[in-house]
Design a protein around this ligand. Structure first.
Ligand SMILES: Nc1ncnc2c1ncn2[C@@H]1O[C@H](COP(=O)(O)OP(=O)(O)O)[C@@H](O)[C@H]1O
Ligand SMILES: [Mg+2]
Length: 336
């Protein structure tokens, strides 16, 4: 069975809007995200490439100052914008919000403890940074959905996103419970109060309730998008080596378990036969032989998902021109 190419996949999914790239570090997720962006921008689609990675990868790839500056227009190509979130700063903001939430919860529930230790536990938990990242991604998804035709997340946090989706069922239950008990408590206050109007007004303005409802609604919306195979596609990137292939296999199993649609696998850094044959060194001969073996492995294990091949270039990929080349190759390069 031959897998659909990237172009065929896109043509089969006319409402596609969100792409996510995933894979092991250094395999070419960022250049793939940029190449997908290039593909749509040159077709006249308003396109946004978004990164939440703690490194300035879009800034160095496009050679433009994007980091922490909000959405920036990419020079040298129509219809293309990029945003690179300063995630460390975001995490700090989330820490502050969390502190407020815990403090007001303990006060509201009338629990006479010092909130500091709760905050310490919650905010130093590694899952906390993941949630902050997931939340930031959700914000971009929901806030920019209307303004762009295509949004691509160069997403180092795919594994986190997937894990959090798994957790989201529990989170949902928890939020649902919190909302219910908050409602009960508030209505009790209304019943008990002599100044019903005043209390009712207060209840309607209750910041904690509003916060819970907002979080709940956001989570539901994000889930609906992430599970919509017509709107969303996860693209996994690998190179012909054992570990990156294993990582992609694992990711694919994970996303499928959560009903997140897989949009294909890109195989990057392929040494073209002509290049290998022109270089008679032992090193090249061995690399090429090894590549053959791993290409077989890819075709056996991921064959019906491979939608693009990208050759190994003699230099790193830089600028709109470099990305244009990747975009062209991802549509027509085939290993021989
Ligand atoms: N096919 C390729 N040929 C040459 N250099 C590449 C190729 N693919 C990626 N690179 C370079 O490798 C580095 C890592 O690529 P990148 O897309 O940033 O990976 P990731 O986002 O997965 O960490 C970058 O410097 C990029 O320019
Ligand atoms: Mg990257």
């Amino acid at each position: 069975m031959t897998a659909p190419t990237f172009k065929e996949f896109v043509e089969k999914h006319p409402s596609i809007k969100f792409f996510f790239t995933g894979g092991k570090g250094g395999v070419g997720k960022t250049i793939s995200a940029a190449a997908i962006g290039h593909y749509f921008a040159t077709q006249g689609k308003k396109t946004l490439v978004a990164s939440l990675n703690p490194v300035h990868s879009l800034t160095s790839l496009y050679g433009q100052d994007i980091w922490g500056r909000g959405v920036q227009k990419i020079e040298g190509l129509e219809n293309l914008w990029a945003v690179e979130v300063d995630i460390k700063k975001k995490i700090e903001v989330y820490r502050e919000q969390l502190t407020e939430r815990i403090t007001s919860f303990l006060k509201w529930a009338d629990i006479p403890v010092d909130p500091a230790s709760f905050i310490e536990i919650a905010a130093t938990n590694p899952a906390f940074e993941e949630s902050a990242q997931f939340d930031t991604m959700t914000d971009i998804m929901l806030e920019k959905e209307e303004n762009y035709d295509i949004i691509i997340f160069d997403c180092a946090a795919v594994a986190n996103a997937i894990r959090l989706l798994g957790l989201s069922k529990i989170y949902d239950l928890w939020l649902g419970r919190m909302i219910e008990s908050r409602k009960e408590a508030l209505s009790l206050r209304v019943k008990l109060s002599f100044r019903k109007d005043k209390i009712k007004e207060e209840v309607e303005k209750d910041p904690m309730m509003a916060d819970l409802l907002r979080q709940h609604e956001k989570m539901q919306k994000a889930k609906a998008i992430l599970n919509d195979a017509e709107k969303t596609a996860f693209i996994f990137v690998t190179i012909p080596l054992a570990l990156p292939i294993a990582v992609v296999e694992r990711f694919i199993k994970m996303v499928r378990a959560f009903d997140i649609p897989v949009g294909g696998v890109f195989v990057n850094r392929i040494i073209p036969r002509a290049v290998a044959e022109a270089d008679a060194t032992e090193y090249m001969k061995n690399s090429f032989k090894q590549q053959d073996r791993y290409m077989d492995m890819i075709h056996n294990q991921l064959g019906d998902l491979v939608s693009a091949y990208i050759p190994l270039y003699s230099t790193e990929v830089l600028g709109v021109d470099g990305i244009a080349k990747v975009c062209e190759d991802m549509q027509k390069f085939k290993p021989d």
